[in-house]
Design a protein around this ligand. Sequence first.
Ligand SMILES: [Zn+2]
Length: 92
Amino acid sequence: MAELVCPKCGFKVRKSRTRNFYEKILKSFGSRPYRCRDKKCNWRGLMRKRSLIEFLFYAKSIYWRRIVIVITFLMGIFLAFIIFQYVIFYFI
Ligand SMILES: [Zn+2]
């Protein structure tokens, strides 16, 4: 995997702690804060190590895929239930 570099000076960057909720959300989407190793530059910002497509196929996203499957499944049951009710009333 390619080493991440500072967009300002091209020096190596290191991982920085997430400061707030917004950064935590972005972190879960594959972006995370980095800080420039060069103290004179002191750049800090969010960078994406993985592309969005990589993220979608990344193991962590299985969790999100599961949620989508569960929601789809519940919607299916819900729709089946509504249809079932209509069918019952039709025969009464
Ligand atoms: Zn820098």
